[in-house]
Write a protein that binds this ligand. Structure first.
Ligand SMILES: [Zn+2]
Length: 481
């Protein structure tokens, strides 16, 4: 049963206005979720002014203190910080800019109040949306973006900054700093290992965070020792958990192993005891990991899962939907051995995740949703991701922490995010059930507060309906094709 939030008009005349502070929104009598400590504070009221939380405390004291414009009674509901998806992409070429922009309200409708964009090919639009959201001109999650990523010469990716020498890396970083990017994304399609190491070191020297696909020719320790801040995708932690990592990396560098063979070799030589020590060592170096576990799962099981009736498809525009074909076609060409190897790799990833948590490596919940990555739906995907973390062995509290605490810490904004507390940004979820009991409760959204603005269930349903209407041409096209 879904209980609608009762909206109560403020009774400003009840006491002299001068004696009370003003607030724009008061959420009354809620259960506040303290994600860091994994506990619930009952009977709390949350006062919001502008885009900030100004007070949280027992209902009686907080509701007396404020003269408010809008008050909602949230008895029996659970208030927690909005979710962060720390790995998304906006991309697919200039003709898909409108479809990508339409994903912004979709994220909000699913309770995602912040996204970290990990580069693609429409960076100037993403940078403009970042400003639009920050200024309140555009309804969407707060965007942190890498801008265009660093790559080697002529990579398969579009929209990159191609670098092959220290001077080119310096020029690229100058350019990114000019764009005031929030971190630097580096991938390894054609990037040379020594250029990769230089880029990581130089970015760190400039005080920039880095996020990367590490070249196979390097060990993960080499990348992290150079100063890498976050490792994208859990596969690289399987690599780090192989006692033969250096040997296999060297064979790959010498051209004796293909990328696929090297991947299989890392999986086949993975050793639990060795990996535990490797992860503890990586944890002391302060590196973060974005597992994108659900993306791995979806790709691993494209051979046997039918996505044609996925509800999420209804929200994806025709152009973005078309970009899914790349992965689908690649999966269709896989041999039975390759399919079996993918399944095996995913099963191992599920074992690795709780080992990372136990070792103390901060986990960033991220989906890799956006374009190319088939059936990984913007918004919905993050809920799938954190549910998979619990299935892999994390507690609900740990899974929630990966989606509300580690992101702000990674981007050095923990002062403004990560808790329902005075002084924090008013990005909140009002849930019908307790997410510390089951993370699936994050799907039961009664309201979202976005930068202080209350979007009740009706408003969220309108966002979903609009997203569906905007994406509708795909269903007509699919029928005529
Ligand atoms: Zn990605």
């Amino acid at each position: 049963m879904r209980v609608t939030l009762a909206v109560v008009a403020a009774v400003a005349a009840a006491s002299p206005a001068q004696s009370r502070d003003s607030a724009d929104l008061l959420i009354r009598d809620a259960n506040v979720v303290d994600v860091a400590d994994g506990r619930i504070l009952r009977g709390q009221s949350v006062a919001v002014r502008g885009d900030r939380i100004v007070a949280v405390g027992p209902d009686r004291s907080v509701s007396r203190r404020f003269r408010v414009k809008r008050s909602v009674v949230a008895t029996g509901k659970f208030v927690m910080p909005g979710l962060w998806d720390m790995h998304v992409h906006f991309g697919g070429g200039p003709e898909l800019i409108a479809e990508n922009k339409a994903l912004l309200p979709l994220y909000v409708a699913y309770g995602i109040t912040t996204v970290r964009d990990c580069a693609a090919d429409i960076s100037s639009s993403v940078l403009a949306w970042r400003e639009g959201v920050a200024k309140g001109q555009l309804l969407g999650p707060t965007i942190f973006t890498s801008g265009p990523k660093l790559e080697g010469y002529k990579p398969i990716w579009k929209g990159t900054l191609e670098v092959g020498t220290p001077a080119e890396v310096n020029a690229a970083l100058d350019k990114l700093q000019g764009m005031r990017v929030d971190f630097v994304k580096i991938t390894d399609n054609t990037l040379k290992p020594d250029t990769f190491l230089y880029a990581v070191q130089e970015a760190k020297r400039r005080g920039l965070r880095t996020s990367a696909h590490t070249p196979y020719a390097l060990t993960i320790d080499q990348a992290v020792d150079a100063g890498l801040s976050s490792i994208e995708h859990i596969d690289y932690l399987i690599k780090a958990g192989s006692p033969k990592e250096a040997e296999i990396s060297a064979a790959y560098a010498a051209g004796k192993l293909s990328y696929g063979d090297a991947t299989n070799a890392f999986v086949d030589t993975f050793d639990t005891n060795y990996a535990r020590k490797a992860y503890r060592r990586l944890a002391t170096k302060g590196v973060y990991v974005t597992p994108t576990l659900n993306m791995g799962r979806i790709l691993a099981f494209l051979d046997r899962e039918d996505h044609s009736t996925d509800e999420g498809l209804a929200y994806i525009g025709p152009g973005l939907r078309k970009t899914y074909d790349w992965r689908i076609d690649r999966a269709a060409k896989a041999t039975p051995d390759q399919v079996a190897a993918r399944h095996k790799e995913h099963e191992l990833s599920m074992k690795v995740l709780p080992m990372l948590q136990a070792a103390g490596i901060p986990i960033l919940a991220g989906t890799d949703a956006g374009y190319l990555n088939s059936f990984n739906y913007p918004g919905e995907g993050l809920h799938d991701e954190i549910e998979l973390y619990v299935k892999a062995g994390l507690s609900a509290q740990q899974a929630l922490a990966s989606a509300v605490l580690t992101g702000p810490k990674f981007l050095r904004h923990a002062d403004r995010y990560g808790a329902v507390a005075a002084g924090k940004t008013a990005d909140l979820l009002v849930l019908d059930a307790n997410p510390l009991r089951s993370v699936a409760a994050t799907r039961k959204i009664s309201a979202v507060v976005l930068h202080g603005r209350l979007l009740d269930r009706k408003a969220l349903d309108k966002l979903l309906a609009d997203a569906k209407a905007g994406a509708a041409p795909i269903r007509l096209q699919a029928k005529t094709n």
